[in-house]
Design a protein around this ligand. Sequence first.
Ligand code: 5RP
Length: 262
Amino acid sequence: MTGELSPIDKAKFVAAKRAADMVEDGMRVGLGTGSTAAWLVRCLGDMVRKEGLKMRGVPTSTRTAQLAREVGIEIITLDEARWLDITIDGADEFDGDLNLIKGGGGALLQEKIVATASDQMVVIADVGKEVSRLGAFPLPVEVIPFGWQTTQALIEETLISMDVLGRTATLRMNGDTPFITDEGNHILDLHLQRIGNARQVALVLNQIPGVVENGLFIDICDTVVLGHGDGRVEIRDINQGTVEHDRLDFVESDNLFTDLAD
Ligand code: 5RP
């Protein structure tokens, strides 16, 4: 089965599988959104069913909640959990300080709330997500629908004084209609190309009326688990300053590969 996976999917899978091993009995786990996080949810479901892992998950989107239920993970709300032991999620970009751009899947708001309410956030990614400077991936910003065009204009005006290369914002679409987040909001994608001071951009964007949250995750991620297509995995811990190397074997009979969704 794994022979059918592309190298990128293999990289995402090994990163997710290695991160799943960080989950211990009794943990409350934030479950990210996206294709890499979907691998994680499948791996955790497998551990619940086959190894009797006892964990409860707080999903960061309706998509993830649905998948988690399908694979047998007990779901609780963030309010029920109050605080989480670990959140494991994908990212669109990460830099050397483990600052992130997230929101490619439109779930950045719940993702940021859940990650911030966790003892540790672990990002799972393929090597293509690593950048020397954030910004090539368009920065998602969640805005309320009321007056979104005014909010867009305010954002573009604000960007004039920021250290960024591009300054246009586009409304994310889902076919012919605006994309709607789980919270009923819109997403503006900011085409910044290069962000000189990500911390400043993150703070300033959230001051603009109409902006709910932006996809810059600054000082939130603790660890990146980086997967390679050949099964190698690198675990970088920003707090410990350590880099660990591992290798995972693909199990050809693994039924995790039969239900590819995302
Ligand atoms: C969703 C996200 C995802 O984590 C991000 O888009 C990465 O997705 P993928 O694992 O599919 O590459 O932020 O809002």
